[in-house]
Design a protein around this ligand. Structure first.
Ligand SMILES: *[C@@H]1O[C@H](CO)[C@@H](O)[C@H](O)[C@H]1NC(C)=O
Length: 134
């Protein structure tokens, strides 16, 4: 387990050295849009980093319930920035803001299983476009 994690980390650092900005974007994509467990509490998650905003609430955010590698494979072979529809459907949860009390934002969850549209760049998703075909 430890060696698997550390080799992934070393591979990640290696990719980052090659293409720092793209690597940052894939890391940010993972943090914002991949949640392996489908058992997420939208209100809790959306009130934490990186979703919490200085003022108001983020309107919505979609979490894909799949391993990072499976999501990354949507972009296999895609180098130039291109919106790409996944071949397989993914289970997802979209957290939608319903109201807020000052700094506390309340969300409801909308779940489903559909294809997703992501922007690919250098073989990795860098932007979540939408649920459904591009
Ligand atoms: C999410 O967590 C909050 C506080 O921890 C709780 O009040 C709320 O009921 C939870 N929501 C769901 C859908 O479980």
């Amino acid at each position: 387990m430890v060696s698997k994690v550390s080799s992934l980390l070393i591979f990640g650092i290696f990719l980052c050295v090659l293409h720092w900005s793209e690597c940052q974007n894939w890391i940010a994509f993972r943090r914002k849009h991949i949640a392996y467990s489908s058992n997420i509490n939208c209100t809790n998650v959306m009130n934490r980093y990186p979703f919490r905003k200085q003022h108001g609430c983020k309107q919505l955010n979609t979490f894909i319930h799949a391993p990072a590698k499976t999501v990354q494979n949507i972009c296999r072979g895609v180098m130039q920035p291109t919106d790409t529809t996944s071949i397989a459907p993914f289970r997802y949860t979209t957290c939608v803001n319903t109201f807020h009390h000052g700094h506390h934002c309340v969300y409801k969850a909308k779940t489903g299983r559909r294809v997703i549209c992501v922007t690919c760049e250098r073989r990795s998703p860098v932007h979540f476009v939408k649920v459904g075909q591009c």
